[in-house]
Structure formats: structure tokens, C-alpha cells
Design a protein around this ligand. Sequence first.
Ligand code: BGC
Length: 723
Amino acid sequence: MVETDIKTLLNKMTLDEKVDQLIQLATLFYKGAKFDGEITGPMSDLGITETVIQNSGSVLGASGAREVIDIQKTHLQDNRLQIPLLIMADIIHGFKTIFPIPLAIGCSWDIELAEKSAEIAAHEASVSGVHVTFAPMVDLVRDPRWGRVMESTGEDPYLNSVFARAFVKGFQGDDLTCDTTRVAACVKHFAAYGAPEGGRDYNTVDMSERQLRDIYLPAYKAALDEGCEMVMTAFNTVEGIPASGNKKLMRHLLRDEWEFNGVIISDWGAIKEIMPHGIAADASEAAFKGIEAGVDIDMMTSTYVNHLKQLVEEGVVKEGRIDESVLRILQLKEKLGLFENPYRGANEQLEKSVVLSEENRVVARELAAKSCVLLKNESILPLNNDKKIALIGPYANNDDILGPWSWKGKGEDAIKLIDGLRGKIKSDQLRVAKGCEINSLTEASVNEAIKAAEESDVIILALGESSNMSGEGNCRANIQLPTAQLNIINVLSELNKPIIAVLFNGRPLDLHGVSDKVEAVLEAWYPGTEGGAAIADILYGDVNPSGRLAMSFPYYVGQVPVYYNHYNTGRPLNPDHPEQEYVSKYIDIPNKPMYPFGYGLSYTTFKYANLQLSAETISPDEQLAVKVEIENTGLVTGDETVQLYVHDQVGEVVRPVKELKAFKKVTLEPGEKKEVTFSLTERDFRYYHVDLTYRSDQGRFTIYVGSNSEDVLEQTVELLHNN
Ligand code: BGC
């Protein structure tokens, strides 16, 4: 159907039908559907009629080819103009083949593989009937207390932007109309949902517009530049206005400035929540604020359907405004080919061969291994397979390793750590004991662990947070491992056996009582379906760890937010004189995080030398080549992530001490040396100035290159403007 036909269709729609197109309901409202999705918000007192359901435009949380075909078929029979439903769902880090959580994928710094994971997720979802995924979540995060840091790729605007593009490309491919193996992407949560005060979910966000633009907005923009079809609003306020009723954000920035023409959807219940936020006296005013701000779809409330018609009839909202939203929704349906084939990719046969295929699992295993970050290793890893192992801890034999937002993923399909180890060593070399639960222990469980440890050469301690300790609504003020687990570490560390801690968790933790008590720490995050196999690959050296932190691990929770790209302050602490008084520091802990952004160990070592710039000055039309030599000085082949940061020495406004601008992954054989070259231009030195223009300053910039945000070589260049 061509554009003119959609307009004809729009003209045939009654005002009621138009308004009803703007509601999104969960599957349980539809005939013949069961609901097994996440209920993340209020469901009660929706107050809608059967007619609204028949006229509704989209469904949340349906999947499974049979179910989707049934819902769509019944809907088309009941819908006067036979407008198909859009089927949307949260396919966040895999559909049934679950990849590591996004924060872990962020730590892979592997853009191609991230894209591939989204492509696979899209394929599995599309054969199961899904048209749109509520991903990627690109909220920049600095506070690990917030449960949803697990959904983000971390604390850096550049890295997040690169991943945002990769995910959108992976989900959508090049042509959504022809390629039914892909799904439309919906970037979320616009905007700055990742910066809630106190790290408490849904809490207030307030910051300068400069910071918003410099730090928080780039990843959303990157997703849209890649052609992302939809945007989801955030729950929080921005400049005192809830995002879902925020005209400046939606209409002025997204629509007018960024020229985004796709569909904007509210988050679950967010239009109605404009009321408790306190900028609407009743639901009618909330509907007014939402629609006027530019939000097209009202997810899971009846605010639009129950009030927009009257607002139009009273002349408060122009019908043209409703038409605009309906048209966008119809256009997306057309783009997805739903008017020609309302079932699109849904295919029961293909579902059997595509979903959770061996092929997909291979990619999940590779990405899980690349997402693990080796935080500490005192020459204990990799293990020889002749060592007797005591596998202890609540994650020793636990399939809760998929992480939050894994919806269709099933623990029973996952490879647990115990299964992974069984693939590497003979069964008589492995003793297994739980030692403790996530949050409790008994004398008997501790004794059993001690016995297993005493009979072994090495202890692998599999610890962590259960998956419901992170994710939406699950914030923690204490970000250490639960006391029971710290206790089991204490007991076992008395035995004088080497301990390798393998951690399963959704956020950077305060690792006091862990890193200081064990010989090695492997951060495995929630690694997904192939987790146990991937971790075993690392523990036994079949894969050399290459993950690098995408978010700093704080030294102590009282330090958060702690992030690498902070400002200097007027009284910076001189690291050589920590005793100095009246400088910006804590008197009881260091300023630095325990493990910085970009950090991660390998089984080999890399030496950086000869950082060279192609010129001492550059002008806006020139390129600056930055060269560095990297040598593998260890005994095994390894992948290094070479990171380039810049610092504007004198800005119009203060600039971060370092900003990631580029990175490259290189593989080096033992003894091999490679030269890595980056190219920078004036664009890489730009930022938002006081007048909100995006431009660079003349003057000196420090260029840093190294293996993480702290361990770097440096050189200086001067940027000369032509004027
Ligand atoms: C979450 C969104 C999600 C939506 C639909 C909300 O509670 O904040 O990220 O896409 O539910 O499930």
C-alpha cells in the first residue's frame, strides 16, 4: 500500500477509531491469547470497552507464531477497517537464545558481535511473530545502585553510541519491508532515565541542558541516525517536567531539531503517571500534556482513549494532532508490510529451526566469553585440567544466569557453571558444594563447603546477586555481595587454598571482602544461555579473556557516582600527596574507583610504547594521525582493546579529564608487535558550549592512548582554528 492509500485509510477512520489506534495493551486483553510477559506497572482500573480493544493499534508482549497469528486473525475479523495490530515486545538481550546482559555486552567492546546478537534476537523474535522490540536501551549510567544499569552499555557516551548503532542495525537490517527476519527497534528511555537521583528507579532527573546534550543524549541520537523506527519516553522528569509530557524534549528536540518522524511511545503507564508527578490535575490534563508533547502511543493506560475525543470536541486538541500520530503508526505498519501480510515473519515451521538453534548458541557462547572481565589474577588462571576443583557457591549449580529481561529465555536451556566445568575436567576431579544460598547459610552448608575445599587443589567460588536483585525497580543501597556470601569467602580463605571468584551480577559491585580475599576474580555478569560453557572456556584458557569494563567498579558505595570522565575541580587531589588537606577527596577512602572504566586483564601482557602524533598542530580541515606500538609481552595470544582518550586543557566550560574518542581491537601472538593508528579531526574535539552550540575550542588537547582509562601514554596537540 502506498502513502496515499494510508491517507485514504486515515480519512475513513472515525475519531473514535483514530484515538483507539493510540492505545497499547498487553496480550491478556486479546481473545485467544495468554499472557506470560513481564507486568511492570499497574494493570487495574483500565476502564476500557471491548470496542477500544477491537480498534486498538498495538499489543505488548505477544509472541509465538501460533499465538500471534490467532490474535491478529481475530483482530482483523473484529476491526471495521481491518487495520492490523503491531506486535511489540521486550527483546532486550536475546529472544530465547539469551546473550549476556547489555552491560556485559558493553564490556566486550565487540561491535560486530553485538550487532550479530541483535540480528539473531530479531530473527528468533520475528519468526515468533514479533514486529517491534523495545530495545536498545541506551541510557547512560553512572550509579550502580540503579537496578537498570544491567540494561545499559555503561558510562561512556561514545561507547554507548557505537553500541546503540550496532544494536539498531542488528535488529532492523537494511530494509524492514523486504527483510521479515528483522524487527523495528525502539530506542529508550528518552531521556536521561539512567540518571535518577540516589540511583533509585523512576526518581527525579535534573541536570543542565549542556550536560544532557554532551553526555546523555548522544546515544539516543546515534540510534536515530542509524534509522531507529521508534522512541520510548522515560518515566522520570527532565527539567521538572515528566518526559512523557515534556514538549521541549519530544516536540522541540526530537521532532523539530532532530527531525525524527517515527513513532513515540510512552513507557508503561507513563502518561497516567503525569498526574502523581504533579503537573496534571486529572487524567484529561495528563492526556492533553502527553499528546501535546508529541507522544503517539499511550502504553497500558486508558488516558488517551478516555479523554482525547472530548479534548478534540472541545477544541482543546486539534484533530490534526491526533491524525499526525495515527498516520505515523499506520506508516510503521506499512513499512513492516503488515497491510500485505499481517502475520509478517510469524512461521511455526521456521520457529522450530531458528529459535535456540545450535548456530545461535555458538554466537551466544562467543559473546559471553568476550563479555567476561578478568579483574584480578595472581597467576592462578588459566587452570590446568589436572587440578582437583571444589566448585562452591550459590551459582555453582544454578541456572539463574540469564539475567533480567530475558522473558522467553528459560533457565533449563542454560548451561550452568557446573555443566561448563564438566565439559573440561573428569568428574572425579570435581567436588561441588553450595556453601550458602544467595542470602543465607547454615552450619551444615558451610561444613560441606569446607570438606569439598579440603579435598581439592583450587576453589572456584561462584557468587553473585540473584537476577531479581537488579533490573527494573530493583535498586540497592548496599552494593556488596550479600553477607552470607562474604562469610563463605571468609571461611574458605582461611584454608590456604587458591580461590577463584566467579561473579554473576547485574551491576558493578563494591568488591571489598572479595578481591582482597581471593587470588582471582572473574566478572561473568549474567552471561546468558551459554554462560557456563563460556566461563569454563576462560577458566581453562581455551579463550583468553578480553573484556574491559564499560562501567567503573566503585571503591565503596559512598563514592557513587564515580566515573572516569569527571571534571577536575578547582582543588584536585594530587595522587602523590593523598595527605593534603582542603582538596577534593574523602578522608576515609581513595577518590579512584576500585577498577576503572576500560580495565580488564588478559592471560598475556601488553606493552605500549612510542605514542606519536603526525603533527604538533592541526586545523579544522586536517587529520591527526595518532600512532602507538603495542607488543604482546606474554606467552599466549591475546586480544587487546586499545583505547584513545582526549582532554581539552582549557575549555570555555570545564571539560572531562578524559573522554573516549576511539578504540581498536588487535590480536597479537606472543612476542608480536603491532602499530595501531587512529585518525582524529577537529570534530572529535567538539562539545556543547554555553550558548549550546556544538563546536571546538582553539588550544591544546592532551591525547591519551592506553589499555584502560587510567593506564595511558600521552602527547599534546594544538588545535588551530582558521579564523
Ligand atoms: C519498562 C520498559 C519496557 C516496558 C514494556 C516498562 O516498565 O520501563 O523498558 O519496555 O515496561 O514492557
